[in-house]
Design a binder for this molecule. Structure first.
Ligand SMILES: NC(=O)c1ccc[n+]([C@@H]2O[C@H](COP(=O)([O-])OP(=O)(O)OC[C@H]3O[C@@H](n4cnc5c(N)ncnc54)[C@H](OP(=O)(O)O)[C@@H]3O)[C@@H](O)[C@H]2O)c1
Length: 379
């Protein structure tokens, strides 16, 4: 296993987190870091393209520093690890910026819009001996880990894996606009694909078949994927940006039992093992109640991901064994193929590797969740 040298980060010190992009998921992940012991994790700095936004986040979470550019945060020598919570098309550039400045990184999913971009990022991280992790949070939940145990020991031969995920995001611009990296494949399929690969293995399927419905911006609103390996492994997956009631359920059907991950399997708190004699239900309640308001249901479950990042960095790991670089690359390669089959391309969003679709910013700002104790930074 590859280890890096612990040069800038002492084992006894708290991990100082820098947050890039002050939107919804950054709010939620900062709330999670704030809930963890101060001896282990610190909400240290925020960066936004709009400094008053970074000031607001820093005030609400008690961070020491706020920056009006992502570059300024990258150059702060006191930031140990960077959380990238910006819109999809920007992950590629910001990841490279942070690695160039010797930061460990946890980057939101989808890591990149194009698989080759992720391969480039991992290569840089590995060559610089930096920890780099895609933040597919599901993999770090205890219920997911238990599901993988059951899949190995309690269901016999796995015949079919299914997963469905939908929510109505029709009015959310970052979900539906191509210019912002929208589309159901890039927003939702990471969850269903990671579920299938968690129990079927992370080698590329021999057959990938996809259908999708595109919106008037030529990105997909709903899609379905069938995966098949020559040895008989199969998965059937579906997801949508336009469904109002669609339980996020996932199942693993084996020769002797079924595993059911109830709604929502993406941030699971229970796992069921069903055989012809009985049903066993194991519950994994959320680890804590957060002190801050959050946007995401079960946001507190991101604690597992944060703890895993610290564990890996302390151990000198470059990736978490719970979601490896290979796992991410296989998910992204399947997404590339699915997008090709349904006729979606994000190539036009980049010129010489730089994102060129940044004109929609004012419409996108997340609502402010300001406590009365913070000054009004918004003008
Ligand atoms: N793991 C999960 O469960 C989960 C859940 C939700 C979202 N996500 C991922 O997290 C990322 C952000 O999602 P979100 O819901 O937090 O979105 P959001 O509320 O719209 O925030 C996105 C942030 O991106 C930054 N940004 C950078 N360049 C931008 C541009 N050209 N136009 C607009 N914004 C730009 C902005 O930060 P500043 O203006 O402060 O610079 C903005 O606040 C996405 O990649 C999404 O897939 C993950």
């Amino acid at each position: 296993m590859i280890l890096f040298q612990l040069t800038t980060y002492a084992r006894s010190a708290p991990l100082r987190w820098g947050f890039v992009g002050c939107g919804r998921i950054t709010n939620d992940f900062a709330a999670v870091i704030d809930a963890l012991p101060d001896t282990d994790h610190t909400v240290f700095a925020f960066a936004s393209r709009n400094v008053s936004r970074a000031d607001d986040y820093a005030c609400r979470f008690g961070a020491a520093k706020s920056y009006g550019s992502y570059e300024a945060l990258a150059k702060d020598p006191d930031v140990d690890v960077v959380y990238i919570g910006t819109i999809n098309p920007t992950h590629y550039e910001i990841s490279k910026l942070m690695l160039a400045n010797n930061k460990h990184v946890l980057c939101e999913k989808p890591l990149t819009l194009i698989g080759a971009q992720a391969a480039e990022i991992f290569k840089i991280a590995e060559s610089k001996q930096l920890f780099f992790q895609e933040a597919i949070l599901t993999r770090f939940f205890p219920a997911t880990i238990r599901m993988q145990d059951f899949a190995k020991t309690a269901v016999g031969d796995i015949r079919l894996v299914t997963a469905y995920l939908g929510q109505n995001s029709a009015t959310s611009l970052r979900h539906v606009r191509k210019q912002l990296g929208g589309g159901s494949v890039k927003d939702r399929s990471g969850y269903v694909l990671q579920h299938a690969l968690a129990v079927l293995g992370n080698d590329l399927p021999d057959k990938i078949s996809a259908v999708g419905q595109l919106n008037n911006e030529t990105v997909d609103s709903t899609a379905a994927i069938e995966l098949q390996w020559k040895d008989g492994r199969m998965a059937s997956l579906g997801f949508s940006l336009l469904t109002t009631v669609m339980p996020a359920e996932a199942n693993i059907y084996g020769s002797s039992a079924t595993i059911k991950m109830p709604d929502t399997f993406a941030r699971p708190t229970a796992v069921q093992l069903i055989n012809s004699a009985n049903t066993t239900i194991e519950n994994y309640p959320l680890p804590t109640v957060l002190d801050h308001r959050t946007f995401l249901a079960n946001a507190a479950g991101m604690i597992y991901e944060a703890q895993e990042v610290r564990r890996c960095i302390l151990a000198g790991l470059l990736e978490s064994p719970l979601l490896t670089h290979k796992d991410s690359l296989t998910i992204l390669a399947i997404q590339d193929e699915v997008l090709k089959q349904i006729g979606v391309s994000y190539d036009s969003l980049y010129a010489n590797g730089v994102f060129v679709g940044s004109s929609l910013e004012p419409e996108l700002q997340a609502p402010v969740l300001k406590p009365v104790s913070c000054p009004n930074f918004y003008h």
